[in-house]
Structure formats: C-alpha cells, structure tokens
Design a protein around this ligand. Structure first.
Ligand SMILES: C[S@@+](CC[C@H](N)C(=O)[O-])C[C@H]1O[C@@H](n2cnc3c(N)ncnc32)[C@H](O)[C@@H]1O
Length: 223
C-alpha cells in the first residue's frame, strides 16, 4: 500500500495536516538531541522526513533509515541525493526482524510508522534488542483527542473531508480509508505505554501534541 502512495505522500501530508506534521517532527527531534548520539536509526523512515531532520542537525552522529516499502525508500533516496547526502544508508527491513546488531544503536525514531506494524510486540522487542543500554526509542504517532468536542471536530474532518480528498488527490482511495481506520483503531497512549513496558522499556513517557491529535512517546532502555 505504501508503495502505491509513495509519489504524493509528502505533498498530501503537508496539505492535510496544515503543516502540523513538520511541527511535530521538530518536537520529536528536540527529544532525540537531548542526549549525545553516535548512531541513530529512523525506522519506518518512509520518504525520509525525520532522517533529513537528523542530518540537518549535523551533530556528528551516523544516521540510517529503514523501511519495509521500496518505493518509499526510493523517495527518501531522491531527497537525500538533492541534499548531497546520498551516502546515508537506507535499508529495506521489517521492524520485527531488524538487521542490526545487539546494542548497536543509541536512538531509534519512528514517526507515524508504529501504527502500521503488523507485529507490534515483536517489533518493540527487536528495537529493544538493538538499542544500547541507556539508549532510547522516540515514537511520534497519531492519537485521538480526549476532549469530546475536539475529538468530534477532528473525526469529522478526518473521516468526511480529509479521507475522500486525499484519496482523490493520490488516486489511492483505499489507502486513505486505511489511514482513517488505522488511526481510529490504534490503541490509546496508556495501552502503548503498557506495550513499551512489556518490551522492557523503563521509564516510558507519553506527551500529547495539538490537543492529543498526535502523541510523542519517549521510552528508555535502562539495562
Ligand atoms: C505513514 S508512513 C511514515 C513515514 C515517515 N516516518 C514520516 O514521518 O513521514 C509509514 C511507514 O511505515 C512503513 N512500515 C509499515 N510497516 C512496517 C514494518 N513492519 N517495518 C518497517 N516499516 C514499516 C511503511 O512502509 C511506511 O513507509
């Protein structure tokens, strides 16, 4: 499905999030760079938006991008090339079986990817495995606002305006129906925090962004 929407993915994100996606990614990067990193993995990197943000920071860390979809990775490759950074490594990989050594990564980032992982527990366990003790996982994902009125307005926009319009613009109506379904079905932040604890992360934090339309999770591997 992501192969099919890769070409217009960035454009559609910008239009329908009113550029909020860029603001949220910035908040994510602030958490990433709170600590010193030698190696960062942007998992479910897609077209490389977070990866490019990491490279822009230029703090001497080495960054990799991994994703299941080859076409999304091709989009990332094109953008990296434009920035003269094509040597950064992109890998086609499934989050549940990552091709990285134990304890080899300081920080793993996942923006709007975890919702799509078919094997959530296995993926979190494998991310835990590749993180060094003291390393962290930073996740940015959609969530539903707690306030009833804001939630109603948001769901109205999401279901009846954004989903059909994005479907038309991308000519991939099913993909954007899936986006709506997957956001509405994704577990609440406290459940996700529970999954992170079960995978071994401690402490785990969840911070709502823009009335809870998105949530930023920080999960640390302490041992
Ligand atoms: C909504 S896009 C997010 C892309 C990017 N992180 C961003 O912020 O724009 C979700 C990405 O998750 C990837 N994905 C889905 N399941 C995956 C898995 N099991 N392992 C790795 N990547 C996966 C998809 O291929 C897609 O590129």
């Amino acid at each position: 499905m992501f192969d099919a929407i890769a070409r217009r993915y960035d454009l559609i994100n910008r239009i329908f999030s009113f550029r909020q996606d860029a603001v949220w990614r910035k908040a994510m990067l602030q958490i990433v760079f709170k600590d010193e990193n030698r190696v960062i993995l942007d998992l479910a990197t897609g077209t490389g938006e977070v990866l490019l943000g990491i490279l822009k920071h230029d703090d001497g860390s080495r960054a990799f991008g991994a994703d299941l979809s080859f076409s999304m990775l091709q989009g990332a490759q094109r953008k990296l090339k434009k920035k003269g950074a094509e040597k950064e490594l992109l890998v086609q990989a499934d989050a549940a079986t990552l091709c990285f050594a134990d304890h080899s990564i300081d920080t793993v980032t996942i923006a709007f990817g975890i919702r799509n992982f078919a094997q959530l527990s296995e993926s979190l366990e494998d991310i835990f495995r590749i993180l060094r003790p003291g390393g962290k996982l930073v996740i940015l994902e959609f969530s539903l606002p707690k306030n009833f009125l804001i939630r109603w307005v948001y769901l109205f926009y999401f279901r009846y305006l954004m989903t059909p319009a994005a479907g038309k613009l991308s000519r991939q109506a099913e993909a954007y129906k899936y986006l709506d379904r997957s956001v509405e079905a994704f577990p609440e932040p406290n459940i996700i925090c529970g999954h992170l604890h079960t995978a071994g992360f401690d402490p785990v934090e969840a911070k709502p962004l823009t009335f809870g339309v998105a949530t930023l999770y920080t999960a640390r591997r302490n041992k």
